[in-house]
Ligand binder design. Structure first.
Ligand SMILES: CC(C)(COP(=O)(O)OP(=O)(O)OC[C@H]1O[C@@H](n2cnc3c(N)ncnc32)[C@H](O)[C@@H]1OP(=O)(O)O)[C@@H](O)C(=O)NCCC(=O)NCCS
Length: 409
């Protein structure tokens, strides 16, 4: 097979869409052919692989910005990865990803993320599962005993004038986590018409506000049909900056107990670290479905060097050795000066030299950078090796934040 890998053009779009529909399930209604002026969708860089006239694989890359260690990090989000059924197992995925990742690096993206249909597909490409986007179903009975917030905090319905305050609450929460998108890029920019008005995606957006009407939290929810208590209230976001704000919002949702059986909350933290707004719930009853989220670094010095680390001074030599991801192999020393990180490249270890420094695989570095696994456990998994001298210091630098993601792509 003579494989040609390139950015897709509009003439490739129908075949790419057929491939996607076949892989992920067809939409109920037949879609019109894409129009040149509306293709590709906003913020998508489409790539495809071709064998002569046949399109044999496709994917899309979206430029996002994610929060990691208090820094807004340029991120290449991969989605819609498909190889034609007759060409699976022929090794098309590797060169297709290599081309799209090279472009991502050229665009200044320092990490790449994706939601896998199976994690094993992407491990060979250097990605590892660092967290999950979760759907948590809570029976209304679990919300019945949520204590009222203090008299200072109350709930009220949001209106279009609150959009900036809602964005600010999300931003304040997101900046404290590792992983969430900043929501500065399409399709996650939370436009007023998506929240309010006849075409709104939600039945309502509720706010928790303080004594001066300052917004301390929000919940965007969709009521669904029927009132026989078999239905669920769908909650797209519930973000609270104080426990009283969380209580106020949970009580709004719980007030539907006579007409809905449960709340289905889109959240994160099922795999690593709790959603803080759930810590106020007195009843833990819930069922969770998780969509794992994978990370790979594209620029080691760029990603680690942007981090706002704990206010310590430290110096740790480290390396990445992973024949599957030669693009990020190398040796560096991270110098931390009162929390400010500098990552300077060192001469690569001589071939055959023993590991004289803390050494990661691509997956090991992704897990460690995200704060999702300790070096002790990464050693057990074979993703870190070399002297253990700096293990606890390394963990202290990278383990201060929980992994959360709240947008599916
Ligand atoms: C997933 C898909 C893109 C993989 O393409 P492919 O040509 O079969 O992939 P390859 O044979 O080159 O395998 C690449 C790697 O994925 C692994 N892999 C393939 N299918 C897998 C599966 N279902 N579960 C776990 N790992 C899998 C292979 O073992 C291989 O791992 P390695 O690199 O460590 O050896 C293709 O099977 C497909 O289009 N499936 C349907 C749509 C889909 O699931 N897309 C992914 C959306 S996130």
């Amino acid at each position: 097979m003579a494989l040609e890998i390139r950015r897709s053009v509009v003439a490739d779009a129908p075949a790419a869409r057929r491939l996607g529909e076949e892989a992920f399930g067809s939409p109920a209604a037949r879609q019109p052919e894409p129009e040149a002026r509306r293709w590709p969708s906003a913020n998508v860089r489409p790539w495809s692989a071709h064998d002569g006239a046949e399109l044999v694989a496709a994917l899309g890359v979206r430029r996002f910005t994610s929060w990691f260690h208090g820094a807004a990090v340029p991120t290449a989000g991969f989605a819609g990865v498909t190889v034609a059924a007759e060409h699976r197992g022929e090794g098309v995925l590797g060169p297709l990803f290599a081309a799209a990742l090279t472009e991502a690096r050229e665009q200044g993206e320092v990490v790449s993320t994706l939601y896998p249909s199976a994690a094993g597909i992407y491990r060979g490409l250097g990605y590892e599962v660092i967290g999950s986007y979760d759907e948590v179903q809570l029976p209304m009975s679990a919300l019945a005993t949520v204590r009222p917030p203090s008299g200072e905090v109350r709930a009220r319905r949001a209106n279009p004038a609150d959009v900036e305050a809602i964005r600010a609450v999300y931003g304040s929460w997101a900046a404290r986590q590792n992983g969430p998108l900043t929501r500065e890029e399409k399709p996650f920019t939370a436009q007023p018409e998506e929240m309010f008005g006849p075409d709104a995606a939600y039945t309502g957006v509720s706010l928790a506000v303080g004594p001066g009407d300052e917004v301390l939290g929000f919940a965007s929810w969709t009521r669904g049909a029927g009132y026989d208590r078999t239905g669920a209230l769908e909650v797209d976001d519930l973000v609270a900056l104080t426990p009283d704000a969380a209580r106020a919002l949970w009580r709004v949702l719980g007030s539907f107990t006579a007409v809905a059986g449960s709340v289905r909350l889109s959240t994160s933290g099922g795999w690593t670290g709790s959603d803080p707004s759930r810590l106020v719930l007195p009843d833990h009853t819930a069922t969770t479905t998780s969509r794992p989220y994978m990370l790979r670094l594209l620029d080691v010095a760029g990603a680690l060097g942007a981090a706002h680390l704990p206010p310590v001074s430290a110096q740790v030599p480290f390396a990445v050795v992973d024949p599957r991801t030669p693009d990020i192999e190398g040796a560096w020393t991270i110098v931390v000066d009162d929390g400010v990180a500098h990552v300077r490249p060192d001469a690569p270890p001589a071939p055959g030299a023993g590991p004289e420094r803390l050494t990661f695989t691509s997956a090991g570095l992704a897990l460690s950078y995200a704060g999702a696994a300790s070096t002790a456990n990464l050693r057990l998994a074979g993703l870190v090796w070399g002297p253990a001298t700096h293990d606890r210091l390394w963990d202290a630098l990278w383990h201060g934040r929980d992994v959360h993601v709240r947008d599916y792509f």
